[in-house]
Design a protein around this ligand. Structure first.
Ligand code: SAH
Length: 232
């Protein structure tokens, strides 16, 4: 008897075909997008829209990024299999889950405890054992685990904090949505790629994006429980 082929989700295949059309070319990234079930990362009422290329709301007034932007950022990060990657802004855990099969270990930090708890449960259910997470202010990075080969910011900053650039290993790449100034709805953001090499730091401005803002510190209700880490 022929071995059974693993079931492939037709909605995930359609999403990946759309991503290819939009210019995502890295096959490892496309494979990671296909095997990460986005439906598992959104609230039940939004599950039918999970494979559409749209931003969706998650708890605590935050959003899960558009699949295209997740794929684009992941591709721009040029992740290798032996690398350690830091993500700031775990949210639903979707971006960390996409990174998981592409690198050695994902370190992800979230300031909202309920979001972190939800994401951890998903990592567990999906068997993503190389994702470790921490409750805290990601603007400080994760100094105990630094340096990182790659750093990804999943919320917008006006300027990339020195503390994060300092946690980037030589040869490292950091991707962040950076706000271009302006106020209210006129705020525009561009993905920015920071490369650290022997000559110093270089910056490239990539595509325009729209992310929720990075907020310093912890939400009021969570301050007491700060810093609890998951065992690695
Ligand atoms: N990567 C997420 C996207 C989440 S939206 C996903 O795939 O679903 C951005 C997230 O950044 C939000 O969950 C928000 O709470 C978090 N965030 C904002 N400021 C932060 C900070 N200073 N430290 C850690 N997380 C932060």
């Amino acid at each position: 008897m022929a071995a059974e082929a693993p079931l492939r989700d037709t909605r995930a295949i359609a999403l990946v075909m759309a991503l290819r059309k939009q210019g995502i070319a890295d096959l490892r990234v496309l494979e990671a997008m296909e095997k990460t079930p986005r439906a598992a990362f959104v609230e039940e009422p939004f599950a039918p829209s999970a494979y559409e290329n749209s931003v969706l709301p998650i708890a605590c007034g935050q959003t899960i990024s558009q699949p295209y932007v997740v794929a684009y950022m992941t591709e721009a990060l040029e992740v290798g299999p032996r690398m350690r990657v830091l993500e700031i802004g775990t949210g639903s855990g979707y971006q960390a889950a996409v990174l998981s099969p592409l690198c050695r270990r994902v370190y992800t930090v979230e300031r909202h405890r309920p979001l972190l708890d939800g994401a951890r449960a998903r990592f567990e259910t999906l068997g993503l054992h190389n994702v470790v997470s921490k409750h805290g202010d990601g603007l400080k990075g994760w100094p105990e685990q630094a340096p990182f080969d790659r750093i990804l910011l999943a919320a917008a900053v006006e300027e990339v904090p020195e503390a994060l650039i300092d946690q980037l290993a030589p040869g490292g790449i950091l991707i962040a949505p950076v706000a271009n100034g302006g106020a209210g709805e006129s705020i525009s953001q561009h993905l920015t790629k920071i490369i650290r090499d022997e000559k110093g730091i270089t910056q490239q401005v990539l595509i325009p994006v729209m992310f929720v803002p990075m907020v310093p510190g912890l939400p009021q209700e969570a301050r007491k429980a700060d810093g609890k880490e998951q065992k690695i």
